[in-house]
Structure formats: structure tokens, C-alpha cells
Design a protein around this ligand. Structure first.
Ligand code: AHG
Length: 283
């Protein structure tokens, strides 16, 4: 497993360099969800594929940017599901973006995720790694080397509200819930990049990130294997919660297709309990 984390560190340095130096325009291709791919998406995906090609414990890769599973090493143990450059459409306005990695053993479903990691490309490069051994571990890169900063623990309650999706397409009960948080003094912090938005909540101590079902996206937008389950694991390991709109733990998701999406909510305990009341979830 350590070889996977060391490879992610090398990948992070390379993708960061690509973000800083390469063309920010669109490529000629689309990803499997029919979205136009940026040249940076394609490049980041290539960097990751090439890097894991050398790691024999990696059995297969599943990328947000590709259809299907790429078999690497038949005797490998782990499948890595990754979003090479989440929020890449924010790179041209110079906002932070990120890479997300979910490491699965066996069938690709939440309960088989054994570790996850994400990288934030911002003013600095930061990395968070979570395993079942304890709290998520936070690193920051200086001159190409990652230094350990500390463990991440969410408070029971804090003040960040990061509400995703187009507001005019929210349900009334979701709008009431979000407004109620602002009424309690919560502050809006939403960049449109899942990685920096969730990272901010983790490091500042708490709050809630939501991407609900909307009238135009009844199954939400964010993808279970590459985005939701890896972050759900990190939030739970940090002492928070991650659920869907029925109150089910996101770690219990069983995707039918690698690109399946789900409504999702990540937060500290107070905010997620408030969400359950607002959504009338039976506990
Ligand atoms: P993309 O990679 O197409 O830029 O999408 C980013 C994702 C995710 O990172 C973010 O949380 C969400 O989409 C934002 O979507 P909305 O703009 O609909 O809130």
C-alpha cells in the first residue's frame, strides 16, 4: 500500500507542473459522461496511468475520464478508481483543483474501499491520505517533498456551508435547510471544486458540503466510485458523517456502473443530524 501512496506523491508533483505550464484549452474528445475534456484532464489521466503501470500490486484502474476498467497487473491486489483532475474547469480562472483516489480490494463498492487519498493543487500542493488505521493524515509539499502536517479531526459543529447544484433546481425542503443554516450564522464557502471545498471544511474544522438531487439532476452530479466514496471514507475517519438524501451512509453505496452518481452530503455531526431532520430521515 505504501508504494501506492508514494506513487500518488510523484503523480501530484507532475500534475501540478502540468497545471502550471500546459495549455488550459479543450481537447477534441469527450469523457464517458459526454463532457468535453480539457487537455489537462487528458494529460493528468495519462500521468496517473503511466505511474501505476509500474506498481505491481495495482490490479486495475478505473478513471473518471475513461469508460470501463483498465487491467494492469493480473496478480495485483487493488483497483484504484480516480478522478485525475476534479474541477478542472476552474483551472482557467486560477482556482484550486484536485485529484481523488479510491483504493478498493475486490468488488467496486463502498464497503470494499480500504484507503483513499486526495491532492489539492492550490497555492501549495497538499495531500490527505486515509486508511482504516486512524485519522486522515495531512501533508504539504515543499520543493517536491511531502511533509507531514498533522491528523485531521472534525469538530462536532462549525460554521461552513458549501451548497452545490443550481439553486433554482433544489427541492423546497433542501432550500429551507440551507437557508436555516445561514440563519444560524453559517458562512458560504463554495468554489465549485469538490476537492478544495471539502478540504476547507476538513481543515477549518467542520460544516457541511451538499450536492443534493435536483430537478435537472435527480441522481445528483458527483460520481460514487471516484468522488463520493473516497471522500465519505475520509469524513468518517475524521469523525464526521457522509450520507445520501435517505440517510444511508455513502460507504454503503454499491455502484451498478463505474460512472453512477448519487446525491451526497459530507459534514460534521451537528450539521448532518440537522440535515436528517430536515429531510425527515428515519434513524
Ligand atoms: P467539473 O469537474 O466538471 O468542473 O465539476 C466539478 C464538480 C465538483 O468538483 C464540484 O463540487 C461540482 O462539480 C460543482 O457543481 P455545481 O457547479 O453544479 O455546483
Amino acid at each position: 500500500m505504501q508504494s501506492i501512496f508514494e506513487t500518488i506523491k510523484k503523480i501530484a508533483i507532475k500534475i501540478d507542473y502540468a497545471i502550471k505550464t500546459e495549455d488550459l484549452g479543450y481537447s477534441d474528445s469527450e469523457n464517458s459522461s459526454g463532457e468535453e475534456q480539457l487537455k489537462l484532464d487528458v494529460k493528468s489521466d495519462y500521468i496517473i496511468e503511466l505511474a501505476f503501470n509500474d506498481i505491481s500490486i495495482v490490479k486495475a484502474l478505473v478513471s473518471e475520464e475513461k469508460e470501463g476498467v483498465l487491467e494492469l497487473h493480473p496478480n495485483g491486489i487493488y483497483t484504484i478508481c480516480y478522478d485525475p483532475l476534479d474541477g478542472s474547469s476552474l483551472a482557467d480562472v486560477n482556482l484550486s483543483v484536485g485529484s481523488i483516489f479510491g483504493i478498493y480490494k475486490g468488488e467496486l463498492k463502498g464497503e470494499n474501499l480500504i484507503a483513499s487519498a486526495y491532492v489539492v493543487y492550490g497555492p501549495r500542493i497538499e495531500l490527505v491520505i486515509a486508511t482504516k488505521k486512524g485519522k486522515p493524515l495531512h501533508y504539504r509539499a515543499t520543493e517536491g517533498l511531502f511533509n507531514f502536517i498533522g491528523e485531521i479531526t472534525l469538530k462536532e459543529k462549525w460554521n461552513i456551508n458549501a451548497p452545490g447544484g443550481t439553486q433554482q433546481n433544489w427541492s423546497n425542503h433542501h432550500k429551507t435547510f440551507i437557508d436555516a443554516l445561514f440563519g444560524e450564522g453559517y458562512r458560504l464557502r463554495y468554489s465549485g471544486g469538490m476537492v478544495p471545498d471539502l478540504h476547507q471544511i476538513l481543515l477549518k474544522g467542520g460544516g457541511i458540503f451538499s450536492y443534493p438531487e435536483t430537478s435537472d439532476k435527480p441522481d445528483g452530479k458527483l460520481r460514487q466510485l471516484f468522488e463520493i466514496i473516497p471522500f465519505a471514507f475520509i469524513y468518517e475517519q475524521a469523525g464526521g458523517q457522509a450520507i445520501d438524501s435517505k440517510g444511508k451512509r455513502l460507504m454503503e453505496l454499491v455502484p451498478k456502473h463505474p460512472h453512477d452518481t448519487s446525491p451526497c452530503f459530507f459534514g460534521s455531526n451537528y450539521e448532518i443530524e440537522a440535515l436528517k431532520k430536515a429531510y425527515k430521515v428515519k434513524t
